[in-house]
Design a protein. Sequence first.
Lengths: 237, 228
Amino acid sequence: MNWAIIFETKNLILFGNGIVTTLGLLFSSLAIGAVLALIFALLLTGPSALLRWIVGAYTYIIRGTPLLIQIYLIYYGLGQLEWIQARWDTVWPWTHFKEPFFCALLAFSLNTAGYTAEMLAGAIRETNPGEIEAAQAFGMNRTQIMLRIVLPSAMRRTLPAYSNEVVMMLQSTSLASAVPSMIDITAAAGRIYSDYYLPFEAYMAAAAIYLVATFCLIGVFRLLENHFLAYLAPRTH
Amino acid sequence: MNDYYIAILQGAVLTVGVSLLALLVSIVLGLLGAGAKLSGHPTLVGLATAYTTVVRGIPDLVVMLLVFYGGTIGLNHLLEAMGSHATVDINPFLAGVLTIGFIYGAYMTETFRGAILAIPKGQMEAAWAFGMGRTQAFLRITAPQMVRYALPGFTNNWLVLIKATALVSLIGLKEMTYLAKQASAATRSPFAFFLFTAALFLVYTTVSLYALRKLNDRYSLGSKRVQL
């Protein structure tokens, strides 16, 4: 055991950079994924059968294949297509496909959007019919009912499932280390392993960081649930 | 070009092998964990809680790398300390099966615990009244009914487990993801190979989903369904 090396300034900085990359990937993919998920969920519960089918097929494929393969498809696969090769030197947005961070971010965002869309669509479908009838009785139209009644309640009810998804996403970001030149927490540990031949210490340190991050996220979501789902809690007095 | 597709198909056999063996390990660990959590014995409950909390808080990939690389060095240090000069290499197949089994054992523990708790208490009391022992009551009363309650969670865990087997390619097991990556490097046409592998995974998850749905129908026979 040689824990002193982990705590050398150089290696602490390496892990620090890893944490910044991991959290950056996590929060940006969650933000992009949430916007996409909202659109997809509205399409999944919307009136158009064709759009329902297309989005349904999308979430089915995203949820049925490993994230690692989705990352490989975007990072290695898209770069092979001549259509993109012809554009990625000059034409925005294709220039980004040369950057590993962008490719990882795209893969994570599309992935979390697929899972979150299904959760949100489920919550929208389970909205109490009485609430919608009441809104119709008030003379609200479809958009108004969505914005004022269904979405605020459905988003709250998705919170417990979404907290699981966020924790899963944090752990999934470790796959970014499979993309060369990305230094997230796992890749930082990998570098310390190869520099000092200390795999046990390096990966244990990474595991500890992930564990702390997981507990922090769970704590934050517990606070959010106490706040936003207080009206659903059983009566205590 | 075609040879690569055939190689990936052969890799698929390995993927199925890793996932099924890992499933077996995870079911055993899950049953042990659920038993420990429900035993009421403070040490056992503490151990099982630590197991499920820690494992579910760390990425699968990190656990896998820790077991594969850390475990190899640990074993070799141990052998050296015992005065042996032999060095061992952990087989990636075994490491993959054991780590995936170990990780999903934690998820199975929670699924099985919930399923056992969902069985009405009176059932157990009736079994005791009939004079059944612990083992008999488990095999005759708990296990068959548990399947009904555990199947939805089990299905989810199984689908996630299948997808986790792609990670074993990162510790060098030549399953389909690994072979697809190798084929891409050799032919410089990664898109088709990764798409093919993704399709194979989709077939695997679809077939599993279909089979487990049939099983679910079989086990839900006789349970009341309420129509809203």
